[in-house]
Design a protein around this ligand. Structure first.
Ligand code: BGC
Length: 509
């Protein structure tokens, strides 16, 4: 008979198994990450294709092929950047709306809406005959991404049996990296299809969205969402089905209690602004801001552009970014295996050192060898690729997955979804800023842009050392006692926490 078992004070086991149905549901929901990743990976390749530039950005095309072109400035064009970054601005706004759809209509419907928005964006983009269609298409894609990024990680956490929650969560990030790689490979092959290669690249984005939509017809809503919306019997039956056992009373009761408590909080966002939420909120935002200020998307969006800047020809640069994409996927698997063994802090700090060294090396090589005009010698350019690979490797097992994981495991239930939507939108805002600014920064700061990101890496390293507590193997509901109240700095924000514990206790009676 299943019971609540507390093993070593570390994990609560409700006795359910990991069923094929849960795996199916997780794989389907994680394709939301595939859409996000495909987008990140495709823009850089498309914006370096001549046919695309000639059609939509003739000024950039002319600049790129100008006899006395400037290495660092040939792609600097606000409209070209708007093509990449408009998606993230749309996703930023959409994630707040999606947090409401998630609560009021469920995670599953939010995922379906995500795929439909995304598909209409794909249609506009692939068939674009002018810049307006192109940008409108990007905005629709962005709404799709905002909806998917809010709903998919929530869905995964709620579906997973407690002890597999971390692994299933990182499935989302793994899909992001697979999406980026898939896009890089597509870019590589369509680059030589003239003049419509870019349409194929943008059109193939329809595949992950179709997978999500069709797959979503096979999956169920999460028990949490059903119970939250007062569909108690349906919630109970779903729980039995996904856990593969009949006696799910303990887990069901906990879900009902949790949703009762969450209902007491009428204004989750207002609650989030209270002093006691400060540690989690600061950390959730900081993790996302820092994740983006590693400079990762300067590489992800603009890898082909960047490699061309340092002297690779179009084909070679797309090939190099496909290699970068592969390293990104493989290193994310390292994180899946390692995160609960060595802990979050070790991964983050190791990565800070590796990122710092490689960014300084790239900055130094470019400062010495890449002048405003002319190419880098081949052997030197290869070193740049090696450094980029080492840099991406360290990001992929640290700030990539942990930027999403840590905000999802530090908030108490009453502020968890609101807090998480803050994390999603901070990510989108920072992604937007970097996407919009990077090519101009490269043009004005030259190789110094890499020193800029290196300086941020130092800041985030200090943040981890002093302000980020280890959360490995600590149940979410014990965070207050075991993490925040013990922390040298954050404990001062926990003073009124005892009142909440008393209230919780009274509710449970
Ligand atoms: C980040 C993206 C980034 C990707 C790279 C994600 O966690 O949010 O901005 O492009 O990782 O793999």
């Amino acid at each position: 008979m299943p019971a609540v078992v507390i093993s070593n004070g570390n994990a609560v086991d409700f006795g359910g198994k990991i069923t094929y149905y849960v795996i199916l549901c997780a794989v389907v929901a994680a394709t939301g990450g595939l859409m996000f990743g495909y987008d990140i990976g495709i823009s850089g390749g498309v914006t370096s294709m001549d046919d695309f530039l000639l059609k939509f950005f003739p000024v950039v095309y002319a600049k790129k092929h100008h006899a006395k072109e400037n290495n660092y400035c040939k792609y600097d064009n606000q409209f070209l950047q708007l093509f990449t970054s408009s998606l993230y601005l749309a996703a930023l706004v959409a994630s707040f709306i999606a947090s409401r759809t998630c609560s009021n209509y469920g995670r599953k419907l939010t995922l379906q809406m995500a795929s439909l928005f995304f598909l209409s964006g794909v249609a506009l983009n692939a068939g674009a005959i002018n810049l307006t269609m192109l940008i409108l298409g990007r905005i629709l894609l962005g709404i799709g991404v905002g909806f998917a990024n809010q709903a998919a990680p929530l869905f995964l956490s709620e579906m997973a049996p407690v002890k597999y929650r971390g692994a299933l969560n990182i499935l989302f990030q793994l899909n992001v990296t697979i999406g980026i790689l898939f896009a890089n490979i597509i870019n590589y092959f369509v680059a030589n299809i003239h003049p419509q290669g870019w349409r194929i690249a943008l059109g193939i984005a329809g595949i992950p969205a179709t997978l999500l939509f069709v797959g979503s017809l096979l999956i169920t809503e999460t028990p949490t969402s059903l119970i939250e919306r007062q569909k108690l019997t349906e919630g109970l039956n779903t729980l039995k089905k996904i856990r593969g056992i009949d006696n799910v009373t303990a887990e069901y009761d906990e879900l009902v209690l949790a949703s009762e408590m969450a209902r007491q909080v009428k204004h989750p966002y207002r609650n989030l602004m209270k002093r006691k939420s400060r540690p989690q909120l600061v950390i959730a935002i900081a993790m996302q801001v820092f994740q983006q200020f590693t400079g990762i998307n300067a590489i992800m969006f603009y890898a082909p552009v960047l490699f061309q800047t340092v002297g690779f020809k179009s084909d070679a640069s797309l090939m190099s970014s496909a290699i970068v994409g592969t390293i990104n996927v493989l290193s994310t698997i390292v994180s899946v295996v390692g995160v609960d063994r060595v802990g979050r802090r070790v991964l983050l700090l190791e990565a800070c050192v590796q990122m710092l060294v490689t960014q300084v090396a790239i900055g130094a090589i470019l400062t010495i060898d890449l002048k405003d005009t002319g190419d880098l010698p081949k052997s030197v350019a290869l070193w740049v690729v090696v450094c980029v690979c080492l840099y991406v490797m360290s990001f992929a097992w640290s700030w990539g997955p942990l930027g999403w994981l840590i905000p999802s495991e530090t908030f108490p239930l009453e502020t968890r979804t609101a807090g998480y939507s803050f994390a999603v939108s901070s990510n989108m805002l920072m992604t937007f800023l970097i996407a919009q600014a990077f090519l101009s920064m490269l043009c004005t700061m030259r190789a110094g842009v890499f020193f800029f990101f290196a300086a941020w890496v130092v800041v985030m390293c200090l943040f981890v050392i002093f302000f980020l507590p280890e959360t490995k193997n600590i149940p979410i509901d014990e965070m207050t006692e075991r993490v925040w109240k013990q922390h040298w700095f954050w404990k001062r924000f926990m003073e009124d926490e005892d009142d909440i514990q008393v209230a919780k206790f009274q509710m449970a009676q």
